[in-house]
Design a protein around this ligand. Structure first.
Ligand code: ATP
Length: 292
């Protein structure tokens, strides 16, 4: 018997950095959105306790370095359960090192699957806490949907869903190192910040125009010049009719919002001739229904 769980990619509708913390992390304020671009996690029970991992991406770690394995170990440790025997297969569709939290999302899907199989009564909050010990973005990925993430990313508030729309998502072939980009942040020198309050209001009133108007990621302002493709893709999306376009996370993936399918599909078609990692996506709902 095999068990499967989707792991959704995330986009940042906003990304703000508020300050540097004493623990070395930064205080963040981000509006996060799941999209239907997804990896697929499959569990098959095996007799030997512990985990064996397979994946269609040969260069991903297959040992304890894989976030999926880290999450599985953390789940059994936090809940004081004997480790089960499990083969974990990850069908990777989310580009790696792309700012779409692909690894965190795989870890989160593993946590949801383990809860389903071993501890269905475990409250969502506790599962998210376990996620927080695996990585900063994991608690959000456990929950999914539209949410405000603060602190390191673990303090979550559910938000009204992004209204129906189409999203063209394009990852240029370069990779950006997240720690390297954070190292360049001088918070006092960030001149512009997203209008997060305005974004929350626009979400509350289902105002797609207002949401598009407020997409903003402060990392774009400190992006080294060698990542010019990010701005080329943004310009291309806007030229092809996107209401707005922004980079997600620490990049380099860029996305554009469209109210209708046709222009979004045309933009995806045009961009994919140059950038094969281009996807036509829709918003995805929360993985967990709201819980007390
Ligand atoms: P974020 O948006 O959270 O910064 P990202 O999209 O930039 O994430 P990921 O693709 O989540 O980056 O992770 C990148 C790093 O994590 C790579 O070094 C990769 O080898 C490692 N990694 C470990 N497990 C996984 C996994 N299951 N999927 C993807 N990357 C993984």
């Amino acid at each position: 018997m095999a068990y499967t769980e989707p792991a959704y990619a995330k986009l940042n509708l906003t990304l703000d950095i508020l300050g540097r913390r004493e623990d070395g992390y930064h205080d963040m304020r981000m509006v996060m959105q799941s999209i239907d671009l997804q990896d697929l996690i499959t569990f098959t029970p095996q007799a030997e306790p512990g985990f064996t991992l397979t994946t269609n991406l040969p260069y991903l770690p297959r040992d304890g370095g894989n976030i999926a394995v880290k999450a599985a170990n953390q789940f059994f440790q936090d809940n004081r359960l004997p480790v089960l025997g499990m083969s974990i297969d990850i069908k990777k569709n989310i580009p790696v090192c792309a700012g779409m939290a692909g690894g965190s999302s795989d870890g989160a899907a593993v946590l949801r699957l383990l809860r389903r199989l071993c501890l269905p009564e475990l409250p969502q909050g506790q599962l998210e806490e376990t996620g927080g010990r695996v990585g900063s973005d994991v608690p959000y990925c456990v929950r999914g949907g539209t949410a405000l993430a603060e602190g390191r990313g673990e303090a979550l508030t559910d938000l009204p869903p992004l209204p129906p729309c189409w999203i063209a998502v394009c990852k240029p072939p370069c990779s950006i190192s997240t720690p390297e980009l954070f190292a360049q942040v001088r918070v006092k020198r960030l001149r512009c910040h997203p209008d997060t309050a305005g974004m929350l209001e626009a979400l509350s009133s289902g105002d797609l125009e207002g949401i598009a108007h407020r997409l903003y990621n402060v990392f774009e302002d400190i992006l080294p010049r060698r990542y010019a493709q990010v701005f080329e893709i943004k310009a291309a999306l806007l030229n092809m009719g996107a209401m707005a376009a922004s980079m997600t996370g620490s990049g380099p993936t860029v996305f554009g919002l469209f109210p209708e399918r046709e222009p979004a599909a045309r933009a995806v078609q045009a961009l994919s001739e140059r950038f094969p990692a281009t996807f036509l996506c829709r918003p995805a709902p929360a993985c967990f229904p709201r819980q007390p």
